[in-house]
Write a protein that binds this ligand. Structure first.
Ligand code: CDP
Length: 249
């Protein structure tokens, strides 16, 4: 009882990583909803800061300028029932505006800047303080929460991810061609996997799920089952005189 956990109190953390279009944000949101936990979408923070940089006319090839934007912008994630969290930038709701192809095209440059990454990492950890959370991104399992209770790596074939992203953009009313979406996904994969700090990679202890042939509900079910198993193990240990901090993870 009262044992201090790794990130504050006895809160639990599920971290989910995966490439663009692997479905991690949607899965993270639905898992968080099922468990009644907070969803922290780190990609939404990178996107909001990218939008801020574009709005302020910062040069996307100037790391100092990008860091200055990151240090002087206030980004909030507000949970919304049954929907993705609302993203608020300096008081304005930018939930839709951060998903445009323009922001998508520039977010990689901002996410390449190590000091900007440190800022976002600190912000996510601060938002998670003492709460049960599901966090997703590219380095949620490796850098932001390397000691998460459950780590998940979601993957899918690039063509499948491009199809999902294409359909999402069409739903949002953004006119695009599938081939362009696929090319952008492949380019973002390369950038996300090759960046010097915070690159996308599978944590050795992550549960790996290839979602190519799997429905959303099935993926969510598997993650929730894995989380339930961990919770049950914790409860059993606590009952037998152990404590959460003695689990050795
Ligand atoms: O929507 P999608 O899965 O394509 O991307 P996102 O999760 O919204 O993240 C947008 C971009 O932010 C990614 O392409 C990464 O370049 C960057 N990102 C990152 O570097 N680290 C994270 N933890 C999350 C996102």
């Amino acid at each position: 009882m009262g044992a201090a956990g790794r990130y504050g109190g006895e809160a639990m953390i599920i971290a989910i990583d995966g490439p663009s279009g692997s479905g991690k944000s949607t899965v993270a949101r639905l898992v968080a909803e099922r468990l009644g936990w907070l969803h922290l979408d780190s990609g939404a923070l990178y996107r909001a800061l990218t939008l801020a940089a574009l709005q302020r006319g910062a040069r996307m090839d100037d790391p100092e300028a990008l860091l200055s934007v990151a240090m002087t912008s206030r980004v909030e994630l507000r949970p919304a029932e049954g929907e993705e969290p609302r993203v608020v930038l300096d008081g304005a709701d930018v939930t839709g505006a951060i998903r445009t192809p323009q922001v998508t095209a520039h977010v990689g440059a901002l996410a390449d800047v190590p000091a900007v990454r440190a800022r976002v990492t600190a912000l996510v950890r601060q938002l998670a303080q003492g709460r049960d959370v599901v966090a997703d991104g590219r380095d949620a399992t490796t850098v932001i929460f390397p000691e998460a209770d459950l780590k998940v790596f979601l993957d899918a074939a690039p063509e499948e991810r491009a199809r999902r992203r294409f359909e999402e953009l069409v739903r949002r009313g953004t006119p695009v061609a599938y081939d362009e979406v696929l090319a952008a996904i492949l380019e973002r994969d390369r950038r996300d996997r090759e960046r010097a700090v915070g690159a996308l990679r599978r944590a050795p202890d992550a549960l790996v799920l290839d979602t190519t042939g799997l429905g959303l509900a099935e993926v969510v079910e598997r993650v929730v089952c894995a989380a339930d198993a961990i919770r049950a193990r914790r409860a059993a240990r606590a009952e037998h005189g152990g404590s959460a901090s003695e689990e050795g993870r």
